[in-house]
Design a protein around this ligand. Structure first.
Ligand code: SF4
Length: 331
């Protein structure tokens, strides 16, 4: 039921609201909230945020913040999937608290097929498989084949498990359309091992050699903590000696998520979303895939709707930020 006065209230409210400013209208239930959204669309105003008991409206239609993003940075261009949460390592900054003892919470092959098919149908262009350590799964190759058949696919790995059965799995993988993103935090074995475990540097290097010898495209990813010092410069000169293309190095800072007790603080309103699916639902970003505040929904289905929700929420944060910034006169 919609209160018969709501349309009149809206007309009066927006008439009294300066162009580009925000007004709030109280609503009683979903029907009224939907009515306000329809009214805003028809009258050339913009719904900034829908709350349980009120709707925030912007007078006029602002430029779309999504249009300001490069196409590859827009929500829905990339899709991240946590294949599993267990790992052979237990890094002290792991953003999802992975370890050999972690519950694997593996993403099943059948559901993965559905997800990739739906992702391709709704315009996703790049797939990233992460964990945990994806190569803990002895049937990982099935998922990788499904991914590569649909779009360019990157698998994040610590490159330490390629022996025996898992080496044979690696050898069988397609080379076209697949990138292996290998973690190396420092050219200094002591610093790398300090956070990732004794001996992990030498084994990661051996893994890089294996991957390159087998003809895989390799990208190096480093996570830098507060103790990095001049480590980033040394990392970059070590990387240059590998002879990989310039865009095959990713450097990011530790995020205060999961096992990390320091680092960059993340929130939905401050972090550009990269849609991420796990066995536990759909998340704002892979760096925060066990943070309850960053879970968008319990299910990724239907994916197109979820992408739309994330896009709208992102748009709302950006617009709210711009409006707050433009309405903070100091004189
Ligand atoms: S940071 Fe990566 S390698 Fe380290 S425990 Fe987490 S998932 Fe494993």
């Amino acid at each position: 039921m919609v209160n018969g006065h709501l349309a009149i209230d809206l007309v009066e409210l927006m008439a009294a609201t300066p162009w580009g400013s925000v007004a709030s209208v109280d609503v009683d239930g979903v029907d009224e909230a939907e009515f306000v959204q329809r009214w805003a669309a028809a009258s050339g105003n913009y719904v900034l945020m829908v709350h349980a008991d009120r709707v925030e409206l912007l007078r006029g239609i602002p430029p779309d913040p999504l249009e300001a993003l490069a196409p590859e940075r827009r929500p829905g261009h990339r899709l991240w999937v946590y294949t599993n949460f267990n790992c052979n390592l237990a890094c002290d900054y792991c953003c999802v608290e992975s370890s050999p003892r972690a519950d694997p919470r593996a993403f099943g092959v059948a559901e993965f097929r559905d997800l990739v098919a739906e992702a391709a149908a709704c315009g996703v262009r790049e797939l990233f498989l992460t964990g945990g350590e994806p190569f803990m799964l002895v049937d990982l190759d099935e998922r990788i084949r499904v991914g590569v058949a649909a779009m360019p696919t990157t698998v994040l790995t610590n490159a330490m498990l390629w022996r025996g059965e898992r080496l044979r799995l690696l050898e069988r993988l397609p080379r076209d359309g697949l990138t292996l993103q290998i973690s190396v935090d420092s050219p200094d074995p002591g610093l790398h091992d300090l956070h990732r475990g004794s001996g992990s540097f030498e084994r990661a290097l051996a893994g890089i050699e294996v991957a390159l010898a087998l003809g895989f495209r390799v990208r190096i990813a480093a996570t830098l903590g507060d103790d990095v010092g001049d480590g980033e410069a040394r990392l970059r000169s070590w990387f240059d000696r590998l002879g990989l293309a310039e865009d095959c190095l990713v450097v990011r800072r530790v995020a205060r998520q999961g096992a990390a007790n320091s680092g960059l603080v993340m929130s939905r309103s401050s972090l550009l979303p990269e849609i991420c699916v796990t066995a536990d639902g759909l998340w704002w970003h892979p760096v925060a895939a066990i943070d309850p505040a960053m879970r968008v929904s319990a299910s990724w289905r239907p994916l197109a709707e979820r992408i739309g929700e994330v896009s709208r929420e992102y748009r709302g944060y950006r617009l709210a930020g711009e409006i707050a910034a433009s309405s903070f006169p100091c004189a």
